[in-house]
Design a protein around this ligand. Structure first.
Ligand SMILES: [Zn+2]
Ligand SMILES: [Zn+2]
Ligand SMILES: [Zn+2]
Length: 933
């Protein structure tokens, strides 16, 4: 034996093919192929056939572009929930959907056609182009979602342009119409002059806009008694920011109880609220004025109510009079306290107009151009008319002051142009009018909100206040790309013609031929023979040309999808979208479901924040802070996006930046290394070698207790929808429990003990349990990596599951009583270990010892703690602290002191521990191992 023996070959060093480098960008597509081949979606349902149901109903993204970070986050989030539920034994089908109709697509197609192309394109042709456009992006997005690892029925998704889906719109319309919840009416609504359509509240964006700010004199045609004889001309002064609405003026509204005074400027007297006189004078830059005084020398004060009923000359139209009224909406913080009222152009004006039975002239056409009703301004676009009207009034001496103001103004979400309020014939869902004895929709929806679980819990306030405050829902749109309002108008008398038979015929038409048929067929071709107007008996019926609001369309998915598909059902267990959907999809789903069925479509609603950059700013191309999912996938892999999404506290806005992604990648590497360590030490292990609990070294039993605790905490976090807790628990477990403690301690046993020894097999028994649990609890999040780990696991540890995603959920059982004792004892041990680790570090820095294995550690400690340590055994402590020897020194006065000295003995050339070296040249343990070989 002249040569130095090669001890390396006598040791059980780790072996695995599982790559250290993740290379997710190239490996993930292979797993996608694998999942396709084994039909993982079909299998995920098969394994839980007959189990409890969990339906996460997908909110449809809009099919008009590539996915962005927000859609990626949302989809991954849904996917991890569905995967978790599947692993917990739930039958959890996931049917992805797309919102395919609506203005953004139509807008794009129009743009592509150009105005000349548009003129030559029929509605049916335009619809076909829109369909192609939508279908293209459904395909693009489906591939992008799949690349993120999202699992679902992508071969058979739901599309709002499918015939059966379109028919669902009519089913709900019929139900709500018959319940008196839908009516046709003229009402001022947000109107985009560029897109020529009504806009819902959800389609409005507010941004700053510079507008006119004018003070206009409306001359009384009969002078108020209080100011009689005060001047030749007496008028009421109004303030407005929309000169173009003056042609539609019919009234001036005053505050009932406020005091109004007469302000003499030159030879004119102008009536305004006393409180606002000073601010008006200042704004208008008037140098001298005086109040009209009474006989007592005091200013004459009149209440608004006393002026009610007076007439004035309409400012634009000759020989037309307007009337003074009073209303609650008059504010005394700005303006003059006298509000120019045009019921066709404002919500409050409309309501007060109804109350006083005022006319509601509407001189603005759908493209924003005045008709003859605007008198001298007919034919002019309202935007062009503003300065012209201002000049015109000034020339006539009716303008006290014309300035500009900067204020927040509603804009169209698509074309970004300022919108106007414009009264038109529209279809409305009534929020408050109920048929006899019936609960009105608003009240029904508010009741339903209380039956739903809202996550996070504060989000209930958001939806509640939105439903409480919302106006009637205008559901008609003057566009082509959508589902028509399923009603008819009588050609002879103009009455609306509907009936159950008519609705049913339309449902049948849409189901069999799709909504396109509405635009290509004559009503006589599909309506029941003999359908006539109920009012006049007219047989010629014209189909409605308006389409329904896209929010209505996606809202009826509870019927068109949940109700219609065999594998789904209504209500769904979960709707999950960004917080903006309290205004959009959550609300339209709720209103249509309560309207038709008196119940909510969902049992719970989870909302998440928006995706923002590292500084909390919204992502935008102009700022240049847009992070694309595609880039991250190419650079780091989809699992990094998935891990980032899981780690986020979604109750607030979710940040993403290079720094955040670097931290996520780092955490990923720690987890991947943990999997690799576990795999590499199980290369010669099979379940038959498992060591029983009772025969295990105590630290192994404690490791199982920790594992059981981690699995329990992780399971609870998933169940509580706190995915960032899952991430933190697993990350800390990998780093603190495993990497810096248990796995570090085990190395000696695993590598150096006899290959078949109970001590080594016991360690492997625990490692196998940890691996089996850790690979499963992270599968919903790290979908690709855990699949890779699964396929590298010894076959016997995998059971019969071909994929980790159908391998079920881990259940680590430990004897409860003993687990309690171990938790308590090891809390103390780990506290001492921390002190020892610190002392060893200091000793190494001071060159007292080299490696920790060379150290003899003396722990000075009080009796009660010493008792806990002694009970573990000094050898076990040495193993846990990875030192040569531990001595306990019990003293009353000392809480916890650690001293480190070089250990006696020599370094064993095989295991590098400091021990007595035997005649064989190695330590006694190693000598025994070598002898057995
Ligand atoms: Zn627009
Ligand atoms: Zn008729
Ligand atoms: Zn040794």
């Amino acid at each position: 034996m002249g040569d130095k023996p090669n001890y390396k070959e006598t040791m059980n060093l780790p072996q695995t093919e599982f790559p250290m480098r993740a290379s997710l960008a190239t490996r993930e597509p292979e797993w996608l192929k694998f999942w396709d081949e084994i039909d993982i979606y079909g299998k995920s349902l098969e394994v839980n056939e007959g189990g409890p149901t969990f339906i996460l109903h997908d909110g449809p993204p809009y099919a008009n572009g590539h996915i962005h970070m927000g859609t990626a986050f949302n989809k991954v989030f849904k996917d991890l929930i569905v995967k978790y539920k599947t692993m917990r034994g739930y039958w959890s089908p996931y049917v992805p959907g797309w919102d395919c109709h609506g203005q953004p697509i139509e807008h794009q197609v129009e743009k592509n056609l150009g105005s000349k192309g548009m003129a030559e394109t029929s509605k049916a042709e335009l619809r076909a182009l829109c369909r192609d456009y939508a279908m293209k992006f459904v395909g693009v997005q489906a591939e992008e979602f799949k690349r993120l690892g999202v699992r679902g029925d992508f071969d058979n998704p739901y599309l709002t342009l499918n015939s059966a889906y379109e028919a669902g719109n009519v089913r709900i319309f019929k139900e709500m119409y018959n319940r008196g919840m839908i009516h046709k009416g003229s009402k001022p609504i947000h109107w985009c002059m560029r897109c020529k359509t009504a806009l819902a509240e959800a389609e409005i964006e507010y941004s700053d806009e510079v507008s006119d700010s004018i003070y206009v004199k409306f001359w009384f045609t009969e002078t108020p008694e209080a100011f009689a004889g005060s001047a030749k001309k007496v008028g009421v002064l109004i303030w407005t920011t929309t000169p173009w609405t003056l042609p539609a003026n019919v009234a001036v509204t005053l505050a009932d109880r406020a005091a109004y005074v007469g302000v003499r400027i030159g030879d004119e007297v102008l009536v305004m609220a006393e409180e606002l006189v000073e601010s008006v004078i200042e704004t208008a830059g008037i140098e001298s004025y005086e109040l009209v005084l009474g006989a007592d020398g005091e200013p004459v004060r009149v209440k608004g109510s006393e002026l009610s009923g007076l007439k004035y000359r309409q400012p634009i139209h000759e020989n037309v009079e307007g009337v003074v009224i009073t209303g609650d909406h008059v504010e005394l913080s700005t303006g003059t306290g006298a509000v120019h009222t045009a019921p066709g152009h404002g919500d409050e004006d409309y309501l007060v107009g109804l109350k006083f039975n005022l006319p509601s002239p509407m001189p603005v056409l759908d493209n924003g151009v005045f008709d003859d009703g605007a008198g001298p301004f007919a034919g002019m676009h309202v935007n062009k008319a503003n300065p012209v009207i201002v000049d015109w009034l000034t020339e006539r001496g009716d303008m006290l002051h014309a300035g500009k103001t900067d204020h927040s103004y509603p804009h169209c979400w698509r074309c970004k142009q300022p919108v106007i309020f414009r009264a038109t014939e529209q279809w409305f869902v009534n929020m408050d009018d109920a048929e006899d004895g019936r609960t009105a929709l608003r009240e029904g929806a508010l009741n339903s909100i209380e039956k739903v679980e809202w996550i996070p819990s504060w989000s209930v306030n958001r939806i509640r206040s939105m439903v409480t405050d919302r106006p009637d829902w205008c559901i008609s749109r003057q566009r082509a790309w959508g589902v028509p309002i399923p009603t008819f108008t009588c050609a002879s008398c103009g009455d609306t013609v509907v009936s159950d038979d008519i609705f049913d015929a339309v449902i049948h038409l849409f189901e069999t031929e799709g909504a396109d048929a509405w635009f290509t067929k004559e009503p006589s071709e599909y309506l029941p023979a003999g359908t006539v107007c109920g009012r006049c008996g007219g047989a010629e019926l014209k189909p409605e040309q308006n389409i329904v609001d896209v929010w209505w369309e996606s809202g009826v998915s509870h019927t068109s999808v949940l109700e219609a598909r065999d594998e789904l059902r209504r209500p769904a267990e979960l709707y999950l979208e960004g917080t903006d959907q309290h205004r959009g999809w959550f609300q339209s789903s709720l209103l249509t479901s309560v309207g038709a069925y008196d119940e909510p479509p969902f049992e719970r609603v989870l909302t998440h924040g928006f995706i923002v950059d590292g500084d909390g700013r919204k992502m935008s191309k102009s700022v240049g802070n847009v992070v694309s999912p595609h880039d991250i996938i190419q650079k780091s892999g989809a699992d990094i996006i998935r891990l980032w999404a899981a780690a986020a506290d979604y109750s607030q806005d979710v940040s993403i930046s290079d720094d955040i992604l670097a931290r996520t990648s780092d955490a990923y590497r720690r987890m991947r290394n943990t999997y690799r360590f576990l795999l590499s030490n199980l290369f010669d292990y099979t379940p038959e070698m498992a060591v029983d609990w009772a025969e295990m070294p105590e630290i192994d039993r404690y490791a199982l207790v920790r594992l059981a605790d981690v699995v329990e905490r992780v399971t609870k976090s998933y169940d509580d929808w706190k995915f960032h807790q899952v991430y933190h628990t697993v990350f800390n477990y990998c780093v603190t429990d495993l990497s810096s403690f248990y796995l570090d301690v085990l190395k000696d046993r695993l590598y150096s003990d006899e290959v078949n020894s109970v001590s080594r097999r016991s360690a492997q028994t625990v490692l196998a349990e940890i691996l089996k649990a850790l690979v499963r609890i992270m599968a919903p999040i790290l979908s690709f990596t855990t699949e890779e780990v699964w396929q590298f696991m010894p076959e016997a540890l995998r059971g019969d599951a071909v994929s980790v995603h159908i391998a079920g959920w881990p259940d680590v059982e430990v004897p409860a009583a003993e687990a309690g004792e171990l938790r308590e004892a090891y809390a103390t041990v780990l506290e001492v270990r921390e002190a020892v680790t610190k002392a060893l570090e200091d000793a190494r820095n001071a060159k007292v010892v080299g490696k920790s294995q060379e150290a003899h550690v003396t722990i000075t400690i009080q009796a009660d703690v010493a008792h806990v340590l002694e009970a573990r055994g000094l050898d076990a402590l040495a193993e846990m602290f990875i030192v040569a020897r531990v001595t306990l020194d019990i003293r009353k006065a000392c809480t916890l002191c650690v001293s480190v000295a070089p250990a006696a003995g020599e370094k064993c050339p095989r295991c590098w521990n400091f021990r007595e070296i035997t005649d064989e040249g190695v330590c006694a343990r190693c000598a025994g191992v070598l002898a057995s070989q």
